[in-house]
Design a protein around this ligand. Sequence first.
Ligand code: NAP
Length: 247
Amino acid sequence: MENLSGKVAVVTGASRGIGRSIAVNLARCGALVVINYIKNEKEACKTLDMVKQEGANGIIVQGDVSLYNSAEKIMKNTLSNMGKIDILVNNAGISKVGLFIDMRENEWQQIIDINFKGVLNCTHCVLEHMISRKSGSIVNISSMWGKVGASCESIYSASKGAVNLFTKSIAKEMGPSNIRINAVAPGVIDTEMNSWLQEEERKNLIEEIPIGRFGKSDDIGKIVCFLAGESSQYITGQIITVDGGMI
Ligand code: NAP
């Protein structure tokens, strides 16, 4: 297991799903965890309880990553409570499934604002601090669809494709400052995001996954700990696909 003792990690969208599991896994490795959420304070508190059960500590911080001022507040709040930020996990995201032709402008604006601009906002708001310390690790949660594109999720796929190329580019820019930036591209993970799937659709999807099951949030939490810690010190600008072999 990665040793992240004494490290401070901010996880956006950690009130449920993949973000919660990332927070708990980071806590298990010894990190102090900042749990960001937008609406669901009760669930964020539940994540904090789970972090504490791991023998670690943390705080919850409300904020909307799609708004620059709000992202800035999340980071300022963290710095005043924790004193530093070693790890940022840009996990907050939404998906909307449907034909592009049926989608309205405000819908694609929202997907781009949260999934892509949210990553830009949060990254921009921590970089000055990380550069001054010449240390930091950022992990962006992308998607396998950002690599190959998905029908009926074209804007979602595009937003994640943008995250992938931003990850590669900013990693080149920040390498000399000893800041590593990587992305994880999950496959189909069993969270609320996929709760709209009917039983038959789930079965059909599983048939397309060589490992024979949906991913668990924990599958993503573990790889994030690896990318956040010292074991991956020579890895930057990479998009690690965790999809049971699906693409
Ligand atoms: P989820 O269960 O729907 O949880 C989404 C999380 O993001 C919640 O904590 C939510 O907070 C938060 N959030 C939403 N909008 C936000 C905003 N504007 N600012 C701050 N937080 C916000 O989603 P998930 O399945 O865990 O997905 C997490 C990430 O993994 C996303 O980036 C998603 O695209 C990616 N991913 C998921 C899958 C999958 O199959 N599930 C596959 C590939 C990639 P509240 O609880 O307060 O609403």
